[in-house]
Write a protein of this length. Structure first.
Length: 169
């Protein structure tokens, strides 16, 4: 129970950082893309690395958004079996799918970490001598946080919802 409390506090802290980072990146994307449009249309020039940076920021927004979607239980899920079952089985199915998604996200974390390490070892540069792996760091981070959030949600479904049902009886 103490571990869950600590994990949830860390999760709330990460949620705040992710939210602020999404706002910052989206704002910078709007400014950069508007600036690119002005430069191209009025001065027949542009920032050479601007489009590459915008693509990287889209990747960051997507993964940080996915992480927040899991936090708020707004991710894509298939609920065909839960609509056909009792409250008890709905909880069991939900917990099973959350734990399964957490395990799969854990494997994806390892794969993303290996991918990022490969890019780091290859010393690839994206632009302005910035290594590619720095932009790819969002991949293992997001998958790790998604895995943790699914596991937290699985435990909450298993234990906390069970406790609330017991108090209702």
């Amino acid at each position: 129970l103490l571990v869950m409390h600590i994990l949830k506090q860390i999760d709330r802290f990460l949620e705040k950082i992710e939210g602020h980072l999404i706002v910052l990146i989206l704002s910078l994307m709007i400014l950069l893309s508007f600036g690119q449009m002005l430069l191209r249309n009025f001065f027949d020039m542009g920032i050479i690395w601007g489009d590459t940076l915008l693509r990287q920021w889209v990747l960051w927004l997507g993964f940080l958004g996915a992480s927040l979607a899991v936090k708020h239980d707004k991710h894509i899920s298939i609920e065909i079996f839960t609509s056909l079952s009792s409250l008890y089985w709905k909880r069991i199915i939900k917990a099973f799918t959350r734990f399964s998604a957490g395990i799969i996200s854990g494997f994806l974390t390892c794969a993303a970490w290996s991918f990022m390490q490969f890019e780091k070892e290859s010393e690839s540069v994206l632009f302005l001598n910035i290594p590619v792996w720095i932009f790819q760091a969002v991949l293992p981070y997001s998958f790790m946080v998604i895995a943790i959030r699914f596991v937290i949600n699985g435990f909450e479904t298993t234990f906390i919802e069970n406790d609330s049902e017991q108090t209702l009886k």
